[in-house]
Design a protein around this ligand. Structure first.
Ligand code: B12
Ligand code: SF4
Ligand code: SF4
Length: 389
């Protein structure tokens, strides 16, 4: 979506663009010069140098373009940063106690994938802008090499809180971000001040101690990364801490005091699908390939794929303390995917008595050909092995 040529003077200013964006369903709008900030560039470099991207190799690619909007698109003059609220109706932390049910993070419960919802609106705004003011435009949401949180902070939408996400005084942190880049030079907004103060609620609640310092996350320890982006077996040290979180994690957002002021999502397509608010683990563990694709059509969960999703469900089953889920875990031992079989073996180690688990291992191990699954059967926890088996 771009029309080349010199930019004419804009016949409408930021106020009219803001009004139009709000009318299209966005909840916050701001303007920033399409330039890099030295501090952001330095931090990105430090983050990448430590290998914190883990399995997200795409995050390490195009460092220069990611660090500065004008490297990504040299003709760009202004970044219009936009945010759409997905504020939940109830506290997501409440779902963590229902151990026979999975906790899907709020962003992934929505009726439609937010990428589609936000991108469609961004395109409408960009088309209107190009038609009204001229200039060329490009739209981005999530997947492009753009550092969206620093861009939104530079445009005055809020600040990057100690949990690293953007927090707004009006909307809390339940905000999806997106951008329209334009060749028009528009008057910038002032960056927002940090209002975290002495609060550390998000750092303290993290179940896997994923924050290495305030404002710094090691994604390789984050349940969101482990359940969505990580491709292999979940490292043992994080499994119990995952509890019943089967897709993403909301804890550090949910605990933020600024969310007291957050309104609920007003966009109908971002309302939760009822079947994803508290799905039964037993039902999810039984999903075949075709059913998985049908249930999660139009949801970001579909992109993670059935194997990784079932891996997460089986870890939650292992954490459930519910003997009624043993048959579901036993059935998963016959799954074609080693990732699923391995997680099932671990879950049964958590749910069965030492004697029953030992008998099952003797029956199943000789026929198991995959090395990663074999390792699960014989895994001994370093300090708790005696109490577990
Ligand atoms: C990769 C990614 C992830 C990764 C890594 C998250 C992360 N904090 O980097 C994982 C899978 C863990 C993840 C999780 C989530 N994500 Co995400 N994610 C992204 C993505 C695609 C890129 C983010 C990125 O560039 N990270 C790299 C680091 C370098 O960037 P940064 O966090 O901004 O780091 C800055 C500072 O924190 C500091 N810093 C950070 N680390 C370090 C290390 C050192 C040594 C130093 C000195 C400084 C420093 O400097 C950096 C530059 O200013 C963005 C979309 C986009 N294109 O931007 C969405 C995005 C950030 N995610 C989003 C969401 C909603 C989530 C989740 C809430 C989903 C969920 N419920 O599970 C969680 C939140 C977890 C958390 N506490 O951050 C939203 C956030 C919206 C908002 N209000 O801010 C975004 C913007 C998507 C969108 N378009 O709406 N995500
Ligand atoms: S999303 Fe969950 S695991 Fe990740 S940093 Fe926040 S609280 Fe920790
Ligand atoms: S919970 Fe506290 S420290 Fe964390 S982002 Fe919110 S205000 Fe900042």
């Amino acid at each position: 979506m771009s029309s080349a040529g010199p930019a004419p003077p804009a016949p409408v200013g930021p106020a009219a663009i803001r009004d139009h964006a709000l009318a299209l369903g966005f909840d916050a709008v701001g303007f920033a010069p399409a330039a890099s900030r030295r501090e952001v560039r330095r931090n990105l470099r430090a983050f990448l140098a430590e290998g914190r991207y883990g399995d997200m190799g795409w995050l390490a690619a195009h460092e220069e373009r990611r660090a500065s909007p004008d490297s990504l698109w040299p003709e760009a003059r202004t970044v219009i940063a936009l945010a759409m609220s997905y504020g939940p109706a109830s506290d997501p932390l409440g779902r963590l106690a229902d151990r026979d049910r999975g906790a899907v993070s709020v962003y992934a419960q929505t009726a439609r994938d937010y990428h589609d919802v936000v991108k469609r609106r961004l395109k409408r705004l960009a088309r209107w802008l190009a038609g009204t003011c001229g200039g060329a435009v490009k739209v981005f949401v999530d997947t492009a090499p753009v550092l969206e949180k620093p861009a939104a902070a530079a445009a005055g939408l809020g600040w990057q809180g100690k949990h690293t996400n953007l927090v707004s005084r009006r909307h809390g942190s339940w905000l999806f971000l997106g951008e329209v880049f334009t060749t028009l030079a528009l008057a910038p907004d002032r960056p927002h001040e940090d209002h975290c103060g002495s609060c550390s609620a998000c750092l303290d609640i993290c179940p896997t101690e994923a924050f290495t310092a305030p404002y710094q996350l090691d994604p390789r320890r984050c349940i969101s990364y482990l359940t969505i982006e990580h491709k292999g077996p979940i490292p043992h040290e994080f499994r119990r801490a995952m509890g019943n979180r089967i897709y993403g994690c909301d804890d550090c957002l949910a605990v933020c005091p600024w969310n007291k002021f957050a309104a609920r999502a007003r966009e109908p397509e971002l309302m939760p699908r009822i079947e994803l608010t508290a799905p039964r683990l037993a039902d999810l563990a039984g999903l075949g390939d075709a059913e998985f694709r049908e249930v999660f059509a139009g949801s970001p969960i579909k992109r993670t794929g059935r194997y990784r999703f079932l891996r997460n469900v089986l870890i939650a089953i292992g954490n459930s303390g519910d003997a009624g889920l043993i048959p579901a875990a036993r059935r998963a031992l016959d799954d074609p995917a080693p990732l699923v079989r391995g997680a099932a073996a671990w879950a049964l180690g958590e749910l069965l008595s030492a004697a029953d688990f030992g008998a099952l291992r003797s029956a199943r191990l000789p026929a198991e050909t995959d090395a990663s699954v074999r390792r699960e059967w014989v895994y001994e926890e370093p300090s708790m092995s005696d109490s577990r088996r």
